[in-house]
Design a binder for this molecule. Structure first.
Ligand SMILES: C[S@@+](CC[C@H](N)C(=O)[O-])C[C@H]1O[C@@H](n2cnc3c(N)ncnc32)[C@H](O)[C@@H]1O
Length: 213
């Protein structure tokens, strides 16, 4: 019944129709469910793969990589583009080691590089530019990340940011915690920036795509 459709029903449907994927990805999804760890999930993962292929990206920087689930989708895209590098960056060493295990088993070792540290600071220390930058750090850190991201995103490059609906809290006038405020501020800033063509996709928890003109 169209009248009863809500975002979580649509999200469940979008994940159910996802095709088979490597067993290691299934294992990572099961771990995320068990530990209630916030991975992007298969529908957004597939979006990341499609965007990587469409943009023919060879260099991707990920801020806030967890145990490497979203990294795997970018790295599969870069591999299928002919090779390159995907930076996996998280401040927790145990998660970084865990990601090495999964991504190695997926045969993506030659593509992924690992950094342990605060992601925005790691990006500022990295030379060169990236064709895709993916932001999934703590949400109160979103606004401060944008100037650094701008300094490292190639012309024609794509900024992708997860959790831009923040479980609907961005729409709730009573929600004024620092994370919700961070998501709102980044949304306003990026959409107002004439250097970007931006769109907010209502996929899972909201994915913002911002193409650098
Ligand atoms: C939402 S999870 C990432 C999930 C991952 N993108 C995926 O879909 O598989 C964010 C991870 O980044 C870490 N994190 C959050 N803010 C960070 C920051 N500023 N620098 C480095 N790591 C950060 C968190 O501890 C957590 O492990």
């Amino acid at each position: 019944m169209p009248g009863s459709l809500d975002l979580s029903t649509i999200s469940r449907y979008q994940e159910e129709i996802m095709p088979e994927r490597p067993e290691v990805l299934r294992e990572m999804e099961a771990r995320a469910r068990q530990e209630r760890f916030p991975i992007v999930g298969p529908a957004v993962g597939q979006l990341l793969y499609v965007l990587t292929r469409l943009s023919r990206a060879r260099r991707v920087f990920e801020l806030g990589s967890g145990f490497g689930y979203s990294t795997a989708w970018f790295a599969m895209g870069v591999r299928d583009n002919g090779g390159g590098e995907v930076m996996h960056v998280v401040w927790d060493e145990a998660l970084s080691n865990s990601a090495r295990g999964y991504l190695g088993r997926l045969g993506l070792d030659g593509i992924v590089q690992y950094r342990v540290g605060e992601a925005v600071s790691e990006l500022s220390k990295t030379s060169g530019t990236f064709e895709i930058i993916f932001n999934d750090i703590n949400k109160k850190g979103y606004p401060a990340s944008f100037p650094v991201i701008k300094s490292r995103l190639a012309a024609g490059g794509l900024l992708i940011v997860d959790n831009m609906l923040w479980s609907g809290r961005v729409l709730d006038p009573a929600a004024d915690d620092p994370d919700t405020a961070g998501v709102r501020e980044l949304t306003r800033t990026v959409f107002a920036d004439p250097g970007f063509a931006s769109v907010l996709l209502p996929l899972r928890d909201g994915v913002m795509l911002a193409l650098r003109r």
